[in-house]
Design a protein around this ligand. Sequence first.
Ligand code: ADP
Ligand code: MG
Length: 378
Amino acid sequence: MENPFVYGRVVRGKYFADREAEIAELINDIASGQNVIVFSPRRYGKTSLILEVLDRVKAEGLLTFYLDLFKVTSQETFIAAYAKEIARLQGGRIQTMLKKIRDLLPRLVPKVVMKGEKVDVEVEFEFDPSADKAPLLDDLFEAVATVSSQTGKRAVAVFDEFQEITSWDAKGQIGRQMKTHFQMHENVSYIFMGSKRHLMQELFRNKNRPFYRFGKHFSLEKIPEDEFAKFIKTRFEETGFQTGPDAIREILQAADDHPYYTQLLCHILWDRNQQEKIITKESITAALQEVFMREAHAFQGLWDMLTLKARQLLVALAKEEDTQVRPFSSDFLRKHNLGSASSVQRAITRLLEEEVLEKTDGGYQFTDVFFKCWLKEM
Ligand SMILES: Nc1ncnc2c1ncn2[C@@H]1O[C@H](COP(=O)(O)OP(=O)(O)O)[C@@H](O)[C@H]1O
Ligand SMILES: [Mg+2]
C-alpha cells in the first residue's frame, strides 16, 4: 500500500488538505481581475494551493498561465521558459498551436520537440542571443492578454518564486517593463508568489519599485489545526491505522502545524508502524528522532554558515520557553551572555534575511521548528 502522506512535492487531490477559504478567496480575486501578491515561508503550500486554484478556474473556462521562476537564472532562460508556457496556454493541435505562436511571438523560432514515444509534443524556442531582448519581452508580456481578448476568456497568470527575479534583474528593468504591460490588462489577474519575505517586501512594498501597490497582499498561513487534524485522521484510518485524538494533537504539536513537517512526520510514522498499525506517544517520539536524523545534514550545513553571534543567539532563543521573548531586553542579553543589543540586532537582521527567523507580532520565531528542536538538544 502506498504511503498516504506526501512531502517535498506538490500535493493534489486527496493528498491535499483543506485550504477551502483560501481557494475561495483567490478564485474570487481572479474572477474580478484583482492582482494578488501571495507570500508565506517556503513549504507552507503556496504551489499546491495555486495549482489547485488554477485547476478549478480552468474547469470554469478561464485561461491559466503558470511560470515558476525558481530555476530561472538569467534573462535568456526566463524568455525560453515564459515562451514555453505561452505555447501551453492554448493547447490544441500542434499545427494550429504553431501558427498561433508565430502570431503571438513573431521574434521567436518555435521548435517542436518529441518527448518519449511521440505521445508528448512540446514546443521550445530559439532566438538570437545577441538580438535586442526588449521587443521580444514586449511580445511575451502582452501574450496572455492577447489570447484572453482573442478567445474572450478571462485569464490568470501566476509567477511562482517571483523574488528570484532579483538575482538576474538587479536593476529592475525587466520588472518595470512587465509592469508597464500588466497594468493595462483588465482581463488578466496577475498573481505573484514568493517565499523570501524580505525580497518580496522589497519588490512590492518599496515605493521606488515598479510593483509598489500593484495588488492585494495575501499572507498564506498554516493549515488550521482542526482541518489538518481531520485530514491526518482520515488518511491514517483509510489505510487501516488507529489513532486517538491525543496522538493527532501530539503530531501537530511536535511539527508545530507546519504543513511540510507534519506530512514528513506522518509519513515516517506510517512507514514505521506497518505492523502494529497504531500511533502511540512512543511511536511519535521515535519518529521524531528519525526526522532529526534525516534532517541533521541540512541543519549541520546551516549551522556551519552562521556567525558565532548568530549561533549563540539561536541557541538562546531555542531554549527560551517564552515565545514572546524580547531578544534585545537587557534581561535576555544578560541571561544568555549575548553582549550588546546592537550586535544582536545585526545578527537578527541577517537571520531574518536568511529566513532562519521570522518576525511575529510579539517577537521572533523559527521558520523551521525542527531546527529549533535540534538546537535545543545541543
Ligand atoms: N494543503 C495541503 N495539504 C496537505 N499537505 C500540504 C498542503 N500544502 C502543503 N502541504 C505539504 O507541504 C509541502 C510543501 O508544499 P508546497 O506546495 O510545495 O509549498 P510551497 O510552494 O509554499 O513551498 C507538500 O509537499 C506537502 O507535504
Ligand atoms: Mg512552491
